[in-house]
Design a protein around this ligand. Sequence first.
Ligand SMILES: Cc1ncc(COP(=O)(O)O)c(C=O)c1O
Length: 378
Amino acid sequence: MELRRTEFPWTADTIYLNNASVGPLPERTRRVLDEFNRKRAAPFQLPDRELFATMAESRRLAAELIGAIPEEIALTINTGFGLSLAARSLPLRPGDIVLASDKEFPANVYPWMLLKDSGVTLELAPTTAEGWPDEAHLLDRLSDPRVRVLAVSLVQFSNGYTVDLARLSAATRASDTYLVVDAIQGIGQLPVDVTTTPVDILACGAQKWLLSPWGSGFVYVRRELVRELSPSVTGWMAFEGTEDFTRLTEYRDTLRGDARRFELITLPYQDFAGMNASLGLLLSAGIQRIAGHLQALHAPVLTWAARHDVRVVSPGGERGSGILCVQPDNVGEAFRRLKAARVISSMREGAIRLSPHLYNTVEEMERVVEILEEQQPR
Ligand SMILES: Cc1ncc(COP(=O)(O)O)c(C=O)c1O
């Protein structure tokens, strides 16, 4: 695989299956960062025009990735910013309930929990016996008029469960409930199209599946909602006309009509320049193709697990994703063996989490099986 060699040269001696923690930077992205930082050392080499063009390109690419328009994208430094924006900007009143699933990643819990002070309750719905979000229960709870927000991860961090976004989207539209999505574990490995599956707010850091620098990310706000929401923390370029630096103290009181009203400028320009290179790579590889590739990569591990009756924590089929979690006997020892053999994965909630990406190969997954076999001789 040419891309593997040129963009991820370290794959020659390391099997990296940890995109759900941190995605690697492709070489082209690293070069962009180096070049940007070289100019940054002498900042007159980076005119404002270039900085703003970089950000405009980031909004365009993020929009392309999810079927949105750039006016619906605000650039952010992480997922938490977008989720906090949702928690602080949606018109919630005392007595309202925010519904989420138990076992969500904390980034999608704490911003909602903080609303307790304003009389808004976070209800954590019990998971299914498998530990996955119980979508039937969540949908059932939407009939309670106090439930004003459904906040879900597109893909669960600890088991790779992918919600049925189309179903949640239809149900929240029908019950007039806001649908807020933490998409960091899904975008880049699964196709998402907000035109066909509308959501209200979608937050996504780019440091994992989008193979982008820490400090880059975005939040999508559905276009009809953009003008209805005010930012609860604000930056000096969130207002109309503020790009005219010759008249900065003619303070304007009109927020921008697009999602830039939610941006907290100044942002890390170098990281967005890097993100642009990574998104370009992913879009040209094709997200649908990446999703198919990841399913093929899982096959050797799934076959091994079935043969040895090893618990697979992740769902398969439509509810699955690129994240595959397995729980062999002596899971801690198995994890250490993988690590000793330069196979990088994570332990999450008692299982080994394997999260490959486009540059991984079936041979690498077969090597994982070999190492796990040593552990599980039956
Ligand atoms: C579901 C989920 N949300 C959010 C994050 C990270 O949030 P942030 O981008 O704010 O650091 C992670 C991973 O660390 C995650 O798995």
